[in-house]
Design a protein around this ligand. Structure first.
Ligand code: ZN
Length: 493
């Protein structure tokens, strides 16, 4: 068993919404845990001057496509994308093949994630068998293996009776129901926001009322049962109002917004580029403003990506045939910083601590994900995102490590770049590159701090260790950068 490695991240702005901390400080990491936050320093030193350290980001809504959709994404490639995006925990949806409607698929996805070692994965279980909206899935068996949230995401549960029964069961474990909020009859056949743009283009519409009707129904059902409800990808102004009113009444509801819904509008359908096709659809500028206001006031608790990879042969079809969805894990932080925290025009929507709360602390709390979202304090797992809030970069779909490249932000220059991601004290990303130390146990059951603390041209220069070679990681400060996995992923995508 190797000795525990100690590391100090020095001089960063530490933002920890769970404690309210926002100050320049060192964080000492000892093995897989935080040993100190403040002036202390021990072991290897890594200069983080000018950078921000936040709790690792948490994504409530991703699609990792495995099992069954490995042409678009795998648990390994999706969690690699998550790590590069600063995430330390993600919640993959159940619409795989086979569907995650029973415990075996949940266990399979979790095991694949542990083997990949890059990001904690908390699978969402299906509400109904085969996502068919009729018979309840094996909720109890899935709860028994740790599932905290159930959703048929992508497909609404049309029957109020079925959803109500699911809520009643989920309440037994104080688990959460997350229903895809679009009334199926109202959106049938629609591919874009119903309104002037869709009418001009001749595209069948999905009216905003479809979302609002479903949210209103689900809020009433949750209220009646005292059940927990999470609303995914809120996209309309009236939906924000409904959630605000429900929270004021004490309904146990949380909600998320996606970067595309708080940034992009229906006008992008104009050239029929299916990269902009998504459900619920991109809406109006007024809706975008309302989503932003909802995030600022906390009505919308979390920013979630709805990372929805699609292989090019599927997505690069004409608008009406392409599947809906966009990738988002590798751009979420930067889009949030660029659009909401440091906008070139207009007033900021969020402060930096508010953005960290929406990307980490709030989603972790809303789904009972312990060890993530802070607090950053001694004894807590060292799940950290270290980012440069100034660095600018241009989104090039070909270099995303996700297997799919259907990003709506291609060519956009964004501000804010993930420099390091640490999962229980180990670098999953170092100097902006995936590390190759993905084995979570290093074969000895003792998670170790990566020793690759050398300058590779993206991040800050590491300080040499205070005295002599480090006992735990021979040659750690002298070896060449290990970015081979990143290169392989890119070549394979
Ligand atoms: Zn989704």
């Amino acid at each position: 068993m190797s000795a525990t490695t100690t590391l100090t991240l020095t001089g960063a702005r530490v933002i920890d919404p769970a404690t309210g901390r926002d100050e320049i400080a060192n964080i000492v990491v000892d093995g897989e845990r935080i040993a100190a936050v403040g002036d202390d320093s021990a072991g290897l030193r890594l200069d983080c001057d000018g950078l921000v350290i936040s709790p690792g980001l948490v994504d409530l809504h991703v699609h990792l496509r495995e099992p069954g959709g490995e042409d678009a994404e795998t648990v390994a490639s999706g969690t690699a994308a998550a790590a590069l995006g600063g995430f330390t925990a993600v919640c993959p949806m159940a619409n795989t093949e086979p569907v995650a409607d029973h415990a075996a698929v949940i266990e399979q996805v979790k095991q694949l994630a542990v083997a990949a070692g890059r990001c904690d994965v908390h699978p969402v279980g299906a509400i109904t068998q085969h996502l068919a909206g009729e018979r309840l899935a094996e909720l109890g068996a899935m709860a028994a293996v740790g599932v905290r949230c159930f959703s048929d995401d992508g497909i609404p549960v049309g029957s109020a009776q079925v959803l109500r029964r699911a809520m009643a069961y989920a309440r037994t474990w104080d688990a959460i129901i997350c229903n895809h909020a679009e009334d199926p009859a109202l959106v049938a056949g629609g591919t874009a926001n119903e309104g002037g743009v869709a009418a001009r283009l001749g595209l069948p519409g999905r009216p905003h009322e479809a979302e609002e009707v479903m949210i209103a129904r689900d809020l009433l059902l949750a209220e009646g049962l005292g059940a927990r409800l999470h609303i995914p990808h809120v996209s309309t102004a009236r939906a924000v109002e409904l959630i605000r009113e429900a929270k004021q009444r004490g309904v146990r509801v949380t909600a998320e917004a996606t970067p595309h819904h708080f940034t992009l509008t229906e006008d992008l359908a104009g050239d029929f580029d299916a990269v902009y096709r998504v459900n619920p659809p991109l809406r109006t500028a007024a809706d975008v403003r309302a989503i932003r206001a909802g995030l600022a006031e906390g009505t919308l608790d979390a920013i979630a990506t709805d990372h929805a990879p699609h292989a090019p042969e599927h997505k690069e079809q004409e608008w009406g045939h392409a599947p809906p969805g966009m990738v988002g894990l590798e751009t979420a932080l930067a889009v949030t910083l660029t659009e909401l925290v440091f906008p070139e025009r207009g007033e900021p929507t969020l402060t930096l601590p508010q953005a960290v709360r929406a990307l980490s602390t709030a989603p972790a709390r809303s789904r009972d994900i312990d060890g993530h979202g802070g607090p950053l304090e001694p004894g807590a797992p060292a799940n950290l995102c270290v980012f440069d809030p100034q660095a600018q970069w241009t989104v090039q779909p070909g270099v995303l490590v996700s297997r799919s490249h259907n990003t709506p932000f291609a060519g956009r220059t964004l501000r804010g770049r993930v420099v390091h991601t640490l999962l229980r004290g180990r670098f999953t990303v170092h100097d902006g590159e995936l590390t190759d130390e993905a084995d979570p146990d290093d074969g000895d059951g003792e998670p170790a701090v990566s020793g690759n603390l050398h300058h590779t041209g993206l991040g800050p220069v590491a300080q040499p260790p205070p005295a002599g070679p480090t006992p735990a990681e021979p040659g750690a400060t002298a070896s060449a950068p290990q970015a081979s996995i990143a290169g392989q992923e890119r070549a394979g995508g």
